[in-house]
Design a protein around this ligand. Structure first.
Ligand SMILES: Cc1cc2nc3c(=O)[nH]c(=O)nc-3n(C[C@H](O)[C@H](O)[C@H](O)COP(=O)(O)OP(=O)(O)OC[C@H]3O[C@@H](n4cnc5c(N)ncnc54)[C@H](O)[C@@H]3O)c2cc1C
Length: 381
């Protein structure tokens, strides 16, 4: 171990685990992850993994997981939130056809990533409080030295704030509700159903082949909770009140839901990728609004890109920044555009929006212009 390059990762979420997975077999490195939470008892929660994310995950054999544990998505069907009239259907099979667009329970991904690293990577359940002089400092005051430190502690990253001596976290006037439901009556489709309403939208998709579905409702509403955390328990009654103008099918979905959580939405006003021997990846670098379902996908891309640079002996945060900044900025900008267009309430503007949605979905070369840049991405060193 003495001659190895020691790498300490703060945060065993998607970004930290993917990074560790890509370096775990490289004997040059000795990798240690510090994750503050135990993974046990985390309630199920749906996640969409677009083709650009599965392209990377398949390199570590994610395509070999049990096929019942995810749903392959072929279309995004876009509807009006109030009357469920179809606006258009976006085919996803035109993008990176070798790499599927999947929906699944986030725990399936995290379990896969943790199970893959067990032999070669140390994983400790410890909370880091500081990074100082190449050391990670923990709550009990113990400090451990590393050659390189990867900050992957999510959007509320305290370590990032401390490194840059500023807090760039911005609370948006947006609240998301996520929930799950089990039904043998709903046809187990291969679609993401997207409903566009006034100042809100609703997304519904299957997360496996066992009849489990996930929904997310996102509303222009001030989050009720103010302390910094990822999600809080929500309940059906409150959500039905907020979604009072929804089509009865949406209300039906909400009524039969369990595990409802409220997610206040935050972003970072500035993207940071680290300095000297500290690297920042995932939400701690660039938390974004979830209007393109790209947060985890971009964390995966960051982790893969940085792992490739490390394998090629490139240990420069500045170089890492040049590789990632324009892409992440483009996706943040597209996510913000969706925030605006999905939540339009002016009837005239909605007619124009729907017209453009129809055009984009109808012609594959136009949909490729809009989405190909995101979904067909292949990182090259
Ligand atoms: C409503 C909603 C829906 C979403 N849907 C999608 C989607 O469909 N597709 C998609 O791609 N993205 C989606 N996202 C975004 C996605 O969840 C995040 O971008 C992704 O989880 C970020 O991964 P990460 O590893 O950077 O951070 P996290 O997943 O937050 O992981 C950070 C880890 O660090 C740990 N940690 C924190 N502080 C410390 C510390 N001091 N010491 C040690 N450990 C620490 C945490 O416990 C956590 O495990 C959604 C987000 C929201 C809010």
């Amino acid at each position: 171990m003495n001659n190895k390059i020691s790498v300490g990762i703060i945060g065993g979420g998607i970004a930290g685990l993917v990074f560790a997975n890509f370096l775990k077999n490289d004997k040059k490195f000795h990798i240690t992850i510090f994750e503050k939470n135990k993974y046990l008892n985390v309630s199920a929660s749906g996640i969409q993994l677009s083709n650009n994310a599965t392209r990377i995950l398949n390199k570590i054999k994610f395509n070999e997981i049990d096929k019942n544990l995810f749903s392959k998505i072929e279309q995004v069907r876009i509807y009006d939130y109030q009357n469920k009239n179809i606006i258009s259907k976006l085919s996803l099979i035109n993008f990176s056809s070798n790499f599927d667009y999947l929906c699944l329970d986030r725990n399936v991904l995290v379990n896969f990533l943790t199970n893959q690293i067990t032999e070669n990577v140390n994983l400790f359940h410890r909370k880091a409080v500081q990074v100082k002089n190449n050391h990670i400092v923990f709550t009990d005051g113990y400090a451990q030295k590393f050659d390189f430190i990867i900050v992957a502690d999510g959007m509320f990253s305290k370590i990032r704030n401390q490194i840059y001596k500023s807090d760039s976290l911005q609370k948006k006037r947006i609240t998301a509700y996520k929930g799950l439901l089990h039904s043998n009556q709903i046809e187990n489709s291969s679609n993401v159903e997207l409903f566009l309403g006034n100042n809100k939208h609703f997304v519904f998709y299957p997360i496996n082949k066992k009849g489990d579905f996930s929904f997310t409702g996102i509303f222009n509403l001030q989050p009720v909770y103010s302390d910094l955390d990822y999600h809080y328990p929500g309940n059906v009654t409150d959500l039905l009140k907020i979604a009072g103008d929804a089509h009865e099918d949406i209300q039906q979905i909400i009524s039969s839901a369990k595990n409802i959580y409220q997610w206040p939405i935050y972003t970072h006003s500035k993207i940071e990728f680290g300095k000297k021997n500290i690297f920042i990846i995932g939400d701690s670098s660039h938390a974004m609004v979830p209007f393109h379902a790209q947060g985890a996908a971009q964390s995966i891309e960051d982790a893969y890109c940085l792992a490739k640079l490390f394998q090629n002996n490139i240990f420069s945060a500045e170089y890492f920044r040049t590789k990632r900044l324009s892409r992440v900025s483009m996706i943040i900008s597209k996510s913000n555009q969706n925030l605006f267009t999905y939540h339009l309430s002016n009837p005239f503007m909605k007619i124009i929006r729907n017209f453009f949605i129809k055009i984009i979905c109808r012609y594959s070369y136009i949909s490729n212009l809009f989405f190909g840049k995101i979904f067909n991405y292949d990182f090259k060193n």
